[in-house]
Design a protein around this ligand. Structure first.
Ligand code: SAM
Length: 266
């Protein structure tokens, strides 16, 4: 029951952001990444999204993206895929999200860029087998009721040797389950990094911006809830990262493929 209510709330929240954000101020919805306050080089217009972009940057450097066919599952309002497309020059880039309004927003905002967006459910992807070199998934999988279905879809649509770049958070139980699911799906782990401290640092550094957005976009009675959702410093969600009740993880996983050496050659 609690899980059901949470799902309804999150769906409502993503929809609500799409409705109130008239000036397209929210194009990222992740908690961000910062390491010893080192700053990657960014265009002036990207500066206000620095920490969310730094998370995308970290994830995208998990594998060579140049010239590859990439898909982002759970792309939200598209800021991340747009950044990757501009910075890492894939051959093609597609973003999908469950939220129709977000997809409409993306198709309008990034129409001049060579990327496409479609509405779809991560647990049932409408793509051919072996279609992509790289699938990206950032801070979205914790919303799926069947992560196993999502992983089997990703496995199916990745080319052999293709890579899933994955970042998300959860408690110890969630993360143990996730590890088992990766294993069951025959994904080979190329990288497994815990980046909770980097999320905490990013959240602290971005708290003034997050506070300002919450004040700007939400009515007063909704601001506490919004602040908690945005993990502003001092909120319950922020403290769960601080005390490591939540861990934030980054994985690079490859679609493992078997070569049958006993097979006869003709
Ligand atoms: C926290 S936001 C992260 C968005 C984006 N990756 C970013 O970092 O800005 C989570 C996103 O996952 C999407 N999502 C939730 N459940 C989904 C599903 N079953 N299939 C596809 N997208 C889903 C939500 O609509 C939302 O846009």
């Amino acid at each position: 029951m609690k899980e059901k209510l949470k799902n309804i709330f999150f769906k409502f929240w993503y929809w609500y952001v799409s409705v109130v954000d008239k000036n397209a101020e929210v194009i990222f919805m992740n908690y961000g990444y910062s390491k010893d306050n080192q700053k990657i080089e960014l265009d002036e217009k990207d500066e206000k999204n620095r920490y969310s972009i730094q998370l995308y940057h970290l994830v995208a450097t998990g594998v060579e993206i140049k010239g590859k066919d990439i898909l982002e599952v759970g792309c939200g309002r598209g800021g991340g895929l747009s950044y990757i497309n501009r910075t890492f020059a894939p051959n093609s880039a597609i973003g999908i999200d469950l939220n129709k309004k977000a997809i409409k927003f993306c198709n309008k905002k990034y129409s001049s860029e060579k990327i496409k967006f479609f509405q779809a459910d991560a647990q049932k992807l409408n793509f051919e087998d072996n279609a992509f070199d790289v699938v990206i998934n950032i801070e979205s999988s914790h919303r799926y009721s069947r992560v196993d279905l999502f992983l089997s879809e990703v496995y199916r649509i990745l080319k052999p040797g293709g890579v899933l770049l994955f970042a998300d958070f959860g408690n110890q139980y969630d993360l143990r389950k996730l590890n088992r699911q990766f294993k069951n799906r025959n994904f080979k782990r190329l990288k497994n990094e815990i980046i909770t401290e980097n999320a905490v640092e990013a959240l602290k550094l971005s708290t003034p911006n997050r506070e300002e957005l919450v004040r700007k976009l939400l009515p007063k009675f909704f601001q506490n809830l919004g602040g908690n959702f945005a993990a502003i410093e001092g909120t319950t969600t922020f403290n769960k990262f601080l005390t490591r009740e939540f861990e934030y993880v980054f994985y690079v996983l490859s679609k493992y493929f078997f070569i049958n050496l006993t097979q006869k050659r003709y």
